[in-house]
Design a protein around this ligand. Structure first.
Ligand SMILES: [Zn+2]
Length: 473
């Protein structure tokens, strides 16, 4: 077509040529302008907005509630989050946060940057004096920095209708006598008012969760609690209960704490020991970098990896069953005790002190590769190579109580498997940080190591646990 028209058309003059140039230039400009207008119009009319999510979805507004809001945008920056509280159609409270501005790519339809803004919006009675018990509406809005909604930014909204309650839960303490050895446990039984969603015993930085005494009595709770080995025995303990609106009650109960002296021990490190125990642990722990020398590697395993393992045990405790899975005292392997609970260990190398750590279990030694027996009925929650403990098993016995078996040569159970008291779960060994073949045994309460001696003692089990629960059988 183009070819044909050129063939038959007369030779174009200069004038003609320049006229045609102005015409196509104008059309080109018009087309560009149109495209720009279409892009701007399309951007301005869009409502690509952030998504809003709430961590710990609040179930009510109380004396002091925090909304943990997360606004997330995959194409633009989150610019602002606003919260409005109203009751019976009356606006009571407005609060907003402006997010720090992110990079703006105005020449692109959108950027690919992920924008995530977290905000803990406080909603308490002091900030909203007009708030009354009843029902309140909360509106959360998140706005991005796009040109959407006619240059006001894309906006998304979430509306919550929540009950408002200001009365704290009621706590009634049922058990009267509580005697706790430093490093050891006791159990308190108490009653909470309906609507309580979390309760337990707070001892300094430690919180020990409660569980129902039986499933048909959800408001009568038992909480096994400890005075961990590293806590000052004068630290106060109190029962805490929180409801679904964030109201918190605190109750005192009577108890006595007996300070305990723990053993001390010195471990002289030598090159042969370090060369034997450290490389296998390092090879099983890719996150732990080579520190440049065998001694430095040992210190990283003994310090940092020990801490990582402790944190994992705290996480693992969250898998505990809400009911007791056992009926008898805990079983102790008939073997020689080589180290005690909470031994303060000093490590020397070439006569120099190089480290201090606390040994938070019992070391039990017998024959090489002796059968390791489950201390009580429960469910295996871990059976694998586990840092300083080498090949290890953790059994959950319910209500926050778990037992750990370390340094094994052979594991004979798998996670999820139910085990019986006295059942063989593997064989002793010297894997992990072990000087020779033995079983390292730890009793954990909510992931915190406690003195196993009490759990092996039938009188202690009867007086501190079973007798207090007889009324609920
Ligand atoms: Zn040990």
């Amino acid at each position: 077509m183009r070819k044909a028209s050129r063939f038959f058309s007369p030779q174009p003059s200069h004038e003609c040529n320049s006229e045609a140039g102005v015409g196509s230039g104008a059309i080109f400009l018009a087309v560009v302008l149109l495209i720009v207008l279409i892009v701007i119009g399309w951007k301005a009319l869009s409502n690509q907005a952030p998504t809003i999510s709430l961590a710990n979805q609040p179930r009510g507004l109380g004396q002091s509630t925090q909304l943990a809001i997360e606004a997330r945008d995959g194409k633009h920056n989150v610019r602002r989050i606003a919260v409005d509280v109203s009751q019976n159609g009356h606006a009571l409270y407005h609060t907003a946060m402006v997010a720090p501005s992110g990079p703006v790519h105005w020449w692109k339809p959108w950027s690919d940057a992920q924008s995530v803004v977290d905000w803990a919006a406080p909603l308490n009675r002091r900030l909203i004096p007009g708030l009354a018990e009843g029902t309140a509406t909360i509106q959360i809005a998140a706005i991005n920095d796009s040109w959407g909604r006619l240059f006001r930014g894309g906006e998304s909204r979430v509306r919550l209708t929540l009950p408002v309650r200001f009365t704290a839960p009621q706590i009634g303490v049922i058990t009267t006598q509580h005697y706790i050895n430093q490093g050891g446990c006791d159990m308190v039984v108490f009653h909470v008012s309906p609507g309580t969603v979390e309760s337990g015993v707070q001892v300094g930085k430690y919180f020990f969760t409660s569980f129902p005494v039986k499933s048909s009595m959800p408001d009568t709770r038992l909480a096994i609690f400890a005075y961990p080995w590293d806590l000052d025995p004068s630290t106060p303990a109190e029962i805490v209960a929180r409801d679904d609106a964030g109201n918190q009650a605190v109750a005192n109960f009577s108890y006595r704490v007996f300070p305990r002296k723990f053993h001390t021990d010195t471990i002289a490190l030598d090159d042969a020991y370090i060369a034997r125990v450290v490389p296998p642990i390092m090879s099983e722990t890719p996150d732990l970098d080579d520190q440049g020398s065998p001694l430095k590697n040992f210190l990283a395993v003994n310090g940092r990896l020990r801490q990582i393992d402790s944190d994992k045990l705290i996480e693992l405790a969250k898998q505990t069953s809400p009911t007791f899975l056992w009926h008898e005292p805990f079983n102790r392997l008939p073997s020689k005790t080589e180290a005690y609970f909470a031994d303060a260990r000093t490590y020397t190398y070439n006569g120099q002190v190089v480290d201090h750590q606390t040994h938070l279990g019992f070391d039990l030694a017998g024959l090489e590769h002796m059968p390791v027996l489950a201390a009580n009925d429960g469910v295996v929650v871990m059976a694998q190579f586990f840092g300083i403990f080498g090949n290890a098993v953790v059994i959950d016995h319910g209500a926050g109580v778990q037992t750990l078996y370390g340094h094994m040569s052979q594991l004979e159970v798998k996670p999820g498997e139910a085990v019986k008291r006295g059942q063989e779960i593997g064989r002793s060994g010297a894997t992990g940080l072990a000087g020779g073949d033995h079983l390292h045994f730890t009793v954990l309460l909510d992931g915190v190591p406690v003195n196993p001696t009490e759990w092996w003692d039938p009188h202690w089990i009867h007086d501190r646990i079973q007798a207090k629960l007889e009324a609920y059988r």
